[in-house]
Ligand binder design. Structure first.
Ligand SMILES: *Cc1c(COP(=O)(O)O)cnc(C)c1O
Length: 449
């Protein structure tokens, strides 16, 4: 088997996610034969550093020996069992540990099998909570502009990235969309904190006008990842928590991308010192091994559903693979590694290396901004720096960086005109410097036409 043969077979049967398949007439598909640590290797023996953690899921590298062992051990005793009426130790143990490490007050774990499903669960639970409490007029959600919460219809509806959403608009719930505290939009010289604080006025107003009909506010804490890695200050979350309490509206924290150390703390909400009413986790939960998600919530929410069966107030949502034992074993192994290796503390040095590695790009005429929160670093390319004018999206400048990176042992998949590093935490300082060199070359090529 070589690359060419697998590509030919692939393109005659597989329909790839998030892809205009016609692109592959000119853009090479990369078939991967094996992975080890940060490395991916194709069928012709070319290697690539996985700088995007295979869509933000990988944490401890590919084929991590410890996680492999834990999954193999689980496989020999129980691969799967129905989680309604039955239970198993990995699901119980994982819920116990998540309760202990997540913000105070999140005591109940509802499992599903992907991030979008975790968001659907949070939306339905919040609505249903108010319904069970006699507040059935609460039917709407408040979200932020440029947000992303997944691709299923409910999750898509509470997102705000046109590229993914616009076509399906006629099918979707209508949220109340409030301008994002995104600090790329701040005035020159304004601090992140001052900008995020000022932007809260829009949220305050939306809550003041619509709290009676609103179930919950849903946000991605600190980083709008799919929305081009736009970032904001924790003060916004502090203000939001206080306002949600004041107006009697739930707060849903979608930490699917930013959880498990990505934002520099185990969970991003920690940086604001807040506890949401619902927290959605997936992606890094299994270190990129198996699909699993969890929606954590409070005793207050749990109690609103706890009643005689005949009152029909139970939460009857389910997915076939809910709480899969193999996936739970991968998640437990992931939490073991966080504890054993003190990952969050060790990442601080890597985050500093990431910042230093690209510092030379700060004054580049086509780099509008370099921003970073924890283990996510983003470089925003602009056509004109003075006016922060974006490149026309049709020019697909980021794609030129991607193409160049593939020739230089790196998988750097940009979001539009934003080049970013979101690597597995097992990356070395030397590998980060290599990524920075490749990104610099790629950016030169991308802007020089
Ligand atoms: C990826 C992502 C989702 C969706 O998760 P899937 O597992 O891809 O369905 C939801 N919210 C955020 C913030 C994400 O980054």
């Amino acid at each position: 088997m070589n690359n060419e043969e697998l590509i030919r077979r692939d393109l005659s049967v597989v329909w790839h996610p998030c892809t205009q398949m016609k692109d592959h007439e000119t853009l090479p598909l990369v078939p991967i034969r094996r992975g080890e640590g940060v490395w991916l290797e194709d069928f012709d023996g070319n290697r690539y550093i996985d700088a995007v953690s295979s869509w933000w899921v990988n944490i401890f590298g590919h084929a991590n020996p410890y996680i492999n062992d834990r999954i193999k051990a689980q496989l020999d005793s129980l691969e799967h069992v129905i989680l309604a009426g039955f239970s198993h130790e990995p699901a119980v143990r994982l819920a116990e540990r998540l309760k202990d490490i997540t913000p105070e007050g999140l005591t109940r774990c509802f499992y599903a099998d992907n991030g979008s499903a975790a968001v659907e669960v949070a939306l339905k639970m919040s609505f249903h909570y108010w319904h069970n409490r006699g507040r059935g007029q609460k039917t709407r959600f408040i979200n932020l502009s440029n947000s992303y919460h997944g691709e299923t219809l409910g999750a898509l509806a509470v997102g705000d990235v046109d590229l993914y959403k616009k076509t399906y608009e006629p099918l979707l719930l209508k949220p109340l969309t409030v301008p994002s505290p995104d600090c790329f939009a701040r005035e020159a010289g304004q601090s992140w904190e001052a900008h995020s604080r000022a932007m809260f006025a829009h949220m305050e107003q939306a809550l003041a006008e619509h709290a009676d009909e609103t179930c919950a506010v849903i946000v991605e804490p600190l980083i709008q990842c799919a929305g081009n890695m736009r970032m904001y200050h924790p003060v916004y979350l502090e203000l939001l928590r206080e306002a949600c309490d004041r107006y009697g509206v739930h707060l849903i924290a979608d930490e699917i991308a930013v959880g498990f150390g990505r934002a520099g703390t185990l969970f991003a909400c920690e940086q604001a010192g807040i506890s949401p009413d619902f927290m959605c986790l997936s992606k890094g939960l299994t270190a990129g091994y198996l699909p699993l998600s969890v929606t954590l919530t409070t005793e207050d929410v749990y109690d609103a559903f706890y009643d005689e069966y005949e009152n029909l107030s139970a939460f009857l949502h389910s997915h076939s693979y809910t709480g899969n034992p193999l996936a739970c074993a991968a998640a437990l192994a992931t939490l073991d590694l966080f504890e054993q290796e003190d990952t969050v503390a060790r990442n601080r040095a890597l985050a500093t290396t990431m910042a230093e590695s690209v510092a030379h790009l700060a004054d580049h005429p086509h780099v509008g901004e370099i921003r970073q929160t924890g283990m996510v670093l983003a470089i925003e390319l602009v056509a004109d720096k003075a006016g922060m004018t974006p490149f026309a999206w049709q020019e697909r400048r980021g794609l030129a960086v991607y193409r160049h990176a593939l020739t230089r042992e790196a998988l750097l998949r940009p979001l539009g005109n934003v080049v970013y590093f979101m690597p597995p935490y097992v990356i070395t300082p030397e590998q980060i410097k290599h990524l920075a060199a490749v990104a610099t070359e790629g950016i030169e090529r991308a802007v020089s036409t």
